[in-house]
Write a protein that binds this ligand. Sequence first.
Ligand SMILES: Cc1cc2nc3c(=O)[nH]c(=O)nc-3n(C[C@H](O)[C@H](O)[C@H](O)COP(=O)(O)OP(=O)(O)OC[C@H]3O[C@@H](n4cnc5c(N)ncnc54)[C@H](O)[C@@H]3O)c2cc1C
Length: 355
Amino acid sequence: MAGLCAAARARELGLEPVVYEKGDRPGGSMLLSSCVVWRYRTLEDFRAECPGGDPRLQELIVERFDDALAWLESLGPPIVWEETGNPRTIGKRFDPRGLTDVLAHAAGDVRLESPFPSTQDPLVLSTGGFQGDGELVHRYITDEPVLHRANPWSAGDGLRFGLARGGALSDGLDEFYGRAMPAPPAHVPEERFVELAQLYGSYALVLNEDGEEFAPDPISWAETDLVQAIARQPGGRAWYVVDEPTLEIEIRGRTVADMIDAAREAGGTVVTAGELGFELPDSYRYAVHVAAGITHTVGGLKVDERARVLAEDGAPVDGLFAAGVDAGGIAAGGYASGLATALVLGLTAAESLGL
Ligand SMILES: Cc1cc2nc3c(=O)[nH]c(=O)nc-3n(C[C@H](O)[C@H](O)[C@H](O)COP(=O)(O)OP(=O)(O)OC[C@H]3O[C@@H](n4cnc5c(N)ncnc54)[C@H](O)[C@@H]3O)c2cc1C
């Protein structure tokens, strides 16, 4: 998303960008996503939701978002929803395939199966984070096994390259955005990342493998804090235990019963509460075994409001920019739209290239 947006904007500005894409298709995780591009209603809301994030970058996103979204729409991608349906946020939902196609067309020269060359100058790093690299996930986030809920190629190449060039690390390195997914042996292919997400942790009794409660109190609306907590429990696993009335609750168009059925149908472990072997009130009906799924990392390279990668002393690293998930620390302490970050910082990076 960030790389395609940066290239499309750079081409508009008269430059001749090349998108180097390591994978065998354009679109990265954006292509797998729900594709809701959104911002919080106000900067104050953003600060309150993501208190550890860089205030200058949060301001940039809130200030530039509406124009950036209008720019995106001007490319003609299919729009699925005119509003997000979430009272906290403003934005639109696109069709991810259609958005990928129009962006790749506008970007022009997209070279597949081509990792970015280290000699390229200037360079906009937009490799989508480090969730695909087990060693980096262990180093910064958790020793427990986590599921990978993203495109297969975002494995920290941008972060490693930026650090080797003298870039500094942002805040939020131990954080990620993710979802609770049906735990193995469930089969969770990438085209089912959205529909298999188990989004009812706030309504469930959440237990670890030893039957202990560990969930944050309260759990945030996006449940990102809960998923991060699961990632640090033994095995990166938890049980969501629900009672009968909870099954009828509707969350983003699906009932809890629908989500549990989907987990069962995918081969996940769904048992009666009694089968768990923990002492629980009789009202509990089902227990679903879930695992923390990591969608993208929150920490990355430190950048400024022009998307320039910054060194420890705060000076920009010559010719090096980062956008999207590679630009770290924006949503630290909470959750914000990764697609909005990719859009705004992608445009910003392109506009900074010629300065
Ligand atoms: C199931 C799911 C649902 C989601 N839903 C939403 C949503 O509704 N709203 C939202 O805001 N966000 C959502 N997201 C998150 C969103 O997709 C990401 O935040 C966004 O795509 C990040 O943009 P990016 O450009 O940083 O990374 P990506 O879009 O992932 O692109 C990174 C690209 O870099 C490529 N790459 C990696 N290494 C190299 C290399 N060395 N050389 C060249 N190329 C390389 C990758 O192949 C990939 O194509 C969702 C994600 C998933 C997986």
